[in-house]
Design a binder for this molecule. Structure first.
Ligand code: PLP
Length: 391
């Protein structure tokens, strides 16, 4: 069975070009980039090239990129760096719809007795900008916000946020994990101080990421030892992975810069949504009224159609039915797909527990085809019908 993979916000397939670029670095070229001999220098050159590509993806400079194990580490580094600011800067600000990698850092801040604030969103997942701007002053150490929500695809309206942070001396960290390849990124225009990425979310390898931080930002090293990554992250670099991340970054930048490619992805996403809404009474798309990345669709399914008493279908059961038919999606963020707790993102958007627990996330990629979308519509409609018949 050819599987229809619609879980690209969890992870993506490594691009052919990225894989081809990585392979020689396992067997033919295995030098340590810190070594002062030709194989080492060759590896150092490869890191330099990849650093340039990742910098171009976000509109920053190569020397501002620190390679790491992924966004969870980049986010941890940004928060730890801001915690060390000390003095009067004791306030940490995020939103109620952040990924757990950020939410857990805010919890850590609270445990340490720092002031924490989670700014809310409206029913479409749009940030309360007034509350956000009011929280930014000379006591704010860090503001950390998603660029695009991993569950709903809703884009954060960042206009003016960077300027407000700059004026108050607060740092702005952006969790841009779900943005590459979907929207262009420009750290200068966004007024960001730091930004986190994971290569496996844009057709690069897993376990490789990058933290962009403006050049004069003092980074707290979480991993100590050697002088790699300009003393910001010790440990011999994952050369094959970083090479793959560099190629994937170039492909993502080209895709995001191509309006036709973005429109084609959005058209597939829209077809998926209109197809499901037409076939499944009582389905609704969360965040449909907000600006979104072109690949993500989060759909809620009521238990018994529009005439039945409220409540949602059990997303994990629905997922199992889809998987049996070869369609792979997820229940909210893949990171808590195995837990039955409803998505905190949907709860923050005002959805009831039952509806949040009955919602599925479909996330497409540039590899998704129209035929796959049609197959997914059929399978989703059939699975909901089956479950409703049992209800
Ligand atoms: N931030 C967002 C928005 C994510 O979607 C993810 C992963 O799902 C992360 C952070 C964490 O990325 P990683 O697991 O690669 O560290």
């Amino acid at each position: 069975m050819n599987r229809v993979y619609l879980d690209n916000n969890a992870t993506t397939r490594v691009a052919e070009e990225a894989l081809a670029a990585m392979l020689p670095w396992f067997r033919e070229r295995w030098g340590n980039p810190s070594s002062l001999h030709p194989p080492g220098e060759e590896a150092a050159d490869a890191l330099r090239a990849a650093r340039g590509e990742v910098a171009r993806l976000v509109g920053g400079a190569a020397e501002e990129i620190t390679f790491n194990s992924g966004a969870s580490e980049g986010i941890a580094t940004a928060f730890e760096s801001a915690r060390r600011r000390g003095g009067e800067r004791r306030r940490f600000v995020t939103s109620t719809v952040e990924h757990s990698a950020v939410a857990a850092q805010l919890d850590r801040c609270a445990e340490l007795g720092l002031e924490t604030l989670r700014v809310g969103v409206d029913g479409e997942g749009r940030l309360d900008r007034e509350a956000l701007l009011a929280a930014i002053d000379e006591r704010t150490a860090l503001v950390s916000l998603l660029v695009a929500n991993n569950e709903t695809g809703v884009l954060t309206d960042l206009a003016g946020v960077g300027a407000a942070c700059r004026a108050a001396g607060a740092w702005l960290h952006l969790d841009a994990v779900q943005a590459p390849g979907k929207v262009p990124l420009d750290v200068g225009a966004l007024g960001a101080d730091a930004l986190s990425l994971s290569a496996h979310k844009f057709h690069g390898p897993k376990g490789v990421g990058a933290l962009w931080a403006r050049r004069d930002l003092p980074l707290a090293g979480l991993v100590l030892g050697g002088p790699q990554e300009r003393d910001a992250r010790a440990g011999t670099e994952n050369v094959p992975g970083i090479v793959g991340a560099g190629v994937a970054a170039r492909l993502a930048r080209e895709h995001a810069a191509d309006p036709a490619a973005r429109a084609a992805l959005a058209a597939l996403r829209d077809r998926l949504e209109t197809g499901i809404l037409a076939r499944v009474p009582g389905a609704r798309v969360h965040g449909a009224g907000a600006a979104r990345v072109p690949n993500t669709s989060c759909v809620g399914f009521e238990r018994g159609g529009p005439d039945a008493a409220g409540g949602g279908l059990e997303a994990t059961t629905l997922l199992a039915l889809l998987a049996a038919e070869g369609v792979d999606a997820s229940a909210g963020s893949a990171c808590h797909a195995d837990r039955s707790a409803p998505s905190p993102v949907l709860l923050a958007m005002g959805r009831g527990e039952a509806e949040a627990a009955g919602s599925l996330r479909f996330s497409l990629s540039r590899e998704t085809t129209a035929a796959e979308v049609e197959r997914a519509i059929e399978v989703v409609a059939g699975a909901v019908e089956t479950l409703r018949a049992l209800a």
